[in-house]
Ligand binder design. Structure first.
Ligand code: NAD
Length: 314
């Protein structure tokens, strides 16, 4: 299968690229290597000699370049975005351009180039402070950050392109993804980095907020399955472990893994845009994809810390 992965140099995109190539698929890797964080070529450079791999340094805001990149592609896995809630509160237009306009461009280029299916990336943040936990795909969505609003708008475009033009699509609502290669702005990575340097973990709020953390290999397994599953009809799909843990518990587990249980957390004011709790119902993904999350939080944190000690810190 010829595939395109947008955002292929990022945390999730590069891990998905590895999986697709290992299964013998072709990957056209699209990324603009934006300046949000550095060192992104690190995970793609290993594929540069592979005939099944092609790298295109393309901005998804450049629709002509996107059209060229999508020629003869069967499935587009769309991960390129300005990820992160906090940066969206600081610079909402940046998130809007990359996430909403960028997704609209991806859909237009996919429609025009005859792509069979677009697997798009949304976020649990669209639920805001969810009316019901665990949150199901049919529940009310009330974004409380520009990031969440930009992702929800992108979801609407995906479902509209299915209804108007018959372009098959799905919007995957990922719930806090973690594991090797995790973005440097994400909490688990920051806690680990500080603990290894002998610094106290800094927690926003009282640490009793809970998250449905989902391990990276489970996430890319779900994304990959979306290429072949029955037509998802432009709808959203939760990709989550289906269980939750508090930030305080995660910090305790990381401190234990690095042997620094002596470090007391420092509590800072809560951040605007952050939700209190995330917890997803993953029964639809299980049914549609025949998928099951396999790595639970203690094992996942151990694997992350092992990776970070060996090759995470650059
Ligand atoms: N990591 C998570 O916990 C999480 C949770 C929910 C949703 N998501 C979504 O999953 C996707 C991947 O997230 P990630 O954590 O791997 O982020 P990431 O920042 O590591 O990867 C995003 C990639 O997109 C690229 N990019 C950004 N703007 C671009 C543009 N205009 N044109 C081309 N490339 C561009 C970046 O250079 C980067 O390599 C994003 O859509 C994100 O919003 C992630």
């Amino acid at each position: 299968m010829r595939t395109v992965v947008t955002g292929a140099a990022g945390f999730i995109g590069s891990t998905l690229t590895d999986l697709l190539l290992s299964e013998g698929h072709e990957v056209i890797a699209v990324d603009n290597f934006d300046d949000y964080y550095s060192g992104k070529m690190r995970f793609l450079s290993r594929h540069l000699g592979n005939d099944a791999f092609r790298l295109k340094e393309v901005d998804i805001l450049d629709i002509d370049a996107l059209r060229q990149s999508f020629e003869d592609a069967e499935v587009v896995f769309h991960l390129a975005a300005q990820a992160g809630v906090r940066i969206s509160v600081k610079d909402p237009l940046r998130s809007h351009h990359a996430n909403t306009t960028g997704t609209l461009n991806v859909l237009l280029a996919a429609r025009d180039e005859g792509v069979r299916r677009v697997v798009s990336s949304s976020s649990s943040s669209v639920y805001g402070n969810a009316v019901r936990l665990p949150a199901g795909e049919g529940d009310l969505t009330v974004p409380i950050s520009p990031y969440a609003a930009s992702k929800l708008a992108a979801e609407y475009y995906c479902s509209l392109f299915y209804k108007l033009y018959g372009l098959e699509s799905v919007s995957l609502r990922y719930f806090t993804v973690y594991g090797p290669r995790q973005r440097p702005d994400m909490a688990i990575r920051i806690f680990t980095d500080r603990a290894l340097d002998g610094k106290r973990p800094q927690i926003f709020g009282d640490g009793e907020q809970t998250r449905d953390f989902t391990f990276i290999t489970d996430v890319v397994d779900a994304i990959r399955r979306c290429a072949d599953c029955p037509d998802p009809k432009g709808e959203p799909l939760n990709v989550c472990s289906g269980s939750t843990v508090s930030v305080n518990q995660v910090v305790r587990s990381i401190l234990k893994s690095v042997g620094r249980e002596d470090l007391e957390p420092e509590y800072l004011p809560p951040q605007p845009g952050d939700v209190d709790h995330t917890w997803g119902d993953n029964s639809k993904a299980k049914r549609l994809l025949g998928w099951e999350p396999k790595v639970m939080i203690d094992e996942g944190l151990r694997r992350f810390v092992d990776w970070y000690k060996k090759e995470g810190k650059v």
